[in-house]
Ligand binder design. Structure first.
Ligand code: FES
Length: 150
């Protein structure tokens, strides 16, 4: 059984790893949905690209410049939602919001995303951790809009 200290260190390590080596970190030319996210507190920006097929996230990637928490959160998010039905992504978005701001939603297993739960104690960091999720939510709910080409 791991102590709290060990658990915290493990969480830190996962965040460092995903910041140093973000997964799915690239633009996507043929994305169906694209959204930009902006954290007005620090000016950080990120863009999320999603390819949707049969109401699922067929592929997802992101680019941008942000702090370690926002980059790690975006990276973990892309891993977590790849292949997921859009309705589940929306449910996960809502649960993540609860987890990051208030409390652990009952019955939800966050898997690796649990490493982000530590930000709850640091209100400024909550924005960092939720930036990618809000951006993904926007990308998904703009149904019918053509992806931006830049
Ligand atoms: Fe800008 Fe974290 S400091 S997103």
């Amino acid at each position: 059984m791991m102590g709290n200290q060990d658990l915290r260190e493990l969480y830190q390590e996962v965040i460092f790893d995903h910041n140093r080596n973000p997964r799915n970190f690239h633009p996507m030319d043929d994305a169906d949905r694209v959204a930009d996210g902006h954290n007005p507190l620090c000016g950080d920006l990120l863009t999320v690209f999603v390819k949707v097929k049969d109401d699922r996230v067929e592929d997802i990637s992101f680019v941008g410049q942000g702090c370690a928490i926002s980059t790690a959160s975006a990276s973990l998010m892309t891993e977590a939602v790849k292949g997921m039905p859009l309705s589940e992504v929306e449910a996960l978005f809502n649960d993540m919001h609860l987890m990051l701001t208030e409390t652990h939603p009952e019955g939800r297993d966050f898997g690796k995303l649990e490493v982000l739960s530590g930000v709850r104690e640091f209100p400024v960091r909550v924005k960092c951790a939720s930036l990618a999720w809000h951006t993904l939510h926007n990308a998904i709910t703009q149904a019918g809009e053509t992806a931006k080409t830049e």
